[in-house]
Design a protein around this ligand. Structure first.
Ligand SMILES: Cc1ncc(COP(=O)(O)O)c(C=O)c1O
Length: 472
């Protein structure tokens, strides 16, 4: 590279830029003329193997519809892990993106820009907090909230130096940075990455008595309790009624920050704008992400009041892209869509419909479906892994894909059903029908075809952190 002539580099750059422009000037042209197989092989060769995707290539999308490079249409039942609550390529969000992209995309917070203050005002007034700290990915939002809690713990709660503790829940998922996986109970996410962050304790999700026990024993050093109001990656686990209120009361009683990770459950996904709204509880810190960027850009945010937020001073935390004008414009449009299209109400109603359809399937296959659960369009079907053997939830998702439905399992036996909140009733029915057809028409064939492997109790079923056995 070093020997390349500057002129040659310049020409290559101009030619590349021309290609890009030609491409974007033809929106109807297929994003790629390559086949799905070619693209999947290419990715496998050139990209880290840190995911195990369902083999389908997204080439175009609109609302809840996806097209692959061959033009086959699918219905999205994952919404990029709830990042596309507003539906793919929502016109209002796209307009905000394109208009802002033509004006200003990045200032860094070394300077002010004319979009971030508008976004900050919109977000704080919508959620009723004094201040926001903008970041990009969800994991960065979590990281920010943890740093904020520690800082508040030392400055305001007067926790002795370097002794601050964060409590998080068994089965939680808060992202992939070292701090976020330090909260995790997922062996796959943590093994090989130790040492994890010190100053951390675990408690069973949904167990307020266990939380009080920890607060009683170590409360004077506990800065924050980090939790998901509905655990997403764990399989859409809903806490018992009254739990969120009990957490609020305990956090107040023991002067611990209640840190609510709404990255997946929030922004209308659960049938309320925040999942904590199910119990009308106001956390001290709220973390938003995913759908805040309307499925377009990574935008995350931490909300808190001044007594907490102002514990962080200039120079102590930040992000080059956090609060950038492009993300800010997109986020304002994303919030507008949630409000204008009443997506929380829509999610609530459609979720009830979907669960009714799924419960009917469960009644038809009681030995195969253990449980149907969810709130709004945040749903899971828990399969009976023993009755399914040797077939797994992943295999079921492969068959769903063949029938035009895109869903992704979480753990071996749970299928999460989280379509864009703009999905139609007919499309929901198509999803349920596909699941019914797979269980009715495909499963016995799949069970015969797939070789049995001995499924002994694998060590990864037992959490390295808290000792919980996930297979029970
Ligand atoms: C509850 C929760 N927190 C944090 C994250 C991490 O978000 P990101 O992948 O944008 O870093 C996720 C992602 O799935 C999540 O579900």
């Amino acid at each position: 590279m070093a020997s390349k002539k500057p002129l040659q580099c310049l020409l290559t750059g101009i030619l590349r830029a021309r290609n890009v422009r030609r491409f974007s000037a033809l929106p109807e042209e297929r994003a790629s003329s390559k086949s799905s197989k070619h693209l999947i092989d290419l990715e496998y060769q050139c990209s880290a193997h840190n995911y195990h995707p369902i083999p389908v290539v997204f080439s175009q999308a609109k609302g809840s519809s996806i097209w692959d490079p061959e033009g086959k249409k699918y219905i999205d039942f994952l919404s990029a892990y709830s990042a596309v609550n507003q539906g793919h390529c929502h016109p209002k969000i796209m307009k905000a993106l394109v208009e802002q992209a033509g004006k200003l995309t990045l200032s860094s917070r070394a300077f002010y820009n004319d979009r971030f203050p508008v976004f900050a005002e919109r977000l704080t007034s919508m959620f009723g907090y004094d201040m926001v700290l903008p970041m990009n990915t969800g994991a960065e939002g979590v990281e920010t909230a943890l740093k904020l809690a520690r800082k508040w713990g030392y400055l305001k709660k007067k926790i002795p130096k370097d002794e601050a503790i964060i409590v998080s829940c068994c089965g939680c998922f808060h992202g992939r940075t070292l701090a976020a996986i330090s909260m995790s109970c997922d062996n796959e996410a943590t093994r090989g990455f130790w040492p994890l962050l010190p100053g951390h304790l675990k408690v069973d999700f949904g167990d307020a008595d266990a939380l009080e026990k920890i607060f009683k024993e170590k409360g004077d050093r506990i800065a924050g309790f980090l939790f998901e109001p509905i655990q997403g990656e764990a399989g859409v686990i809903i806490p018992p009624d009254g739990y969120l209120q009990a957490v609020r009361d305990l956090c107040t009683k023991y002067n611990v920050l209640m840190i609510d990770d709404e990255i997946q459950s929030g922004l209308a996904r659960s049938g309320r704008v925040l999942a904590c709204d199910w119990e009308n509880v106001r956390p001290d810190v709220v973390i938003l992400g995913k759908a805040l960027g309307g499925g377009v850009l990574p935008v995350s945010a931490v909300l808190a009041d001044k007594d907490v937020m102002l514990c962080i001073q200039p120079g102590e935390h930040g992000s080059t892209f956090g609060g950038n004008p492009l993300a800010s414009a997109v986020a304002v449009a994303s919030l507008d869509v949630i409000r204008e299209e009443k997506l929380a109400e829509r999610s609530d109603q459609l979720g009830k419909e979907l669960r009714q359809q799924l419960v009917k399937i469960q009644q038809q296959f009681p030995n195969l479906i253990k449980e149907v659960r969810g709130r709004g369009l945040f749903n899971a079907v828990e399969l009976n892994s023993k009755a399914l053997l040797p077939v797994t939830a992943y295999d079921i998702c492969l068959k769903l894909k063949e029938r035009g439905i895109l869903a992704k399992p979480t753990h071996d036996s749970i299928i999460r059903l989280t379509p864009p909140l703009s999905i139609s009733l007919d499309e929901l029915q198509e999803g349920s029908k596909a699941l019914k057809d797979v269980l009715e028409l495909d499963l016995s064939y799949m069970q015969k075809e797939k070789p049995h492997t001995t499924t002994s109790h694998t060590p990864s079923d037992v959490c390295d952190r808290c000792g919980r056995n996930f297979s029970q």
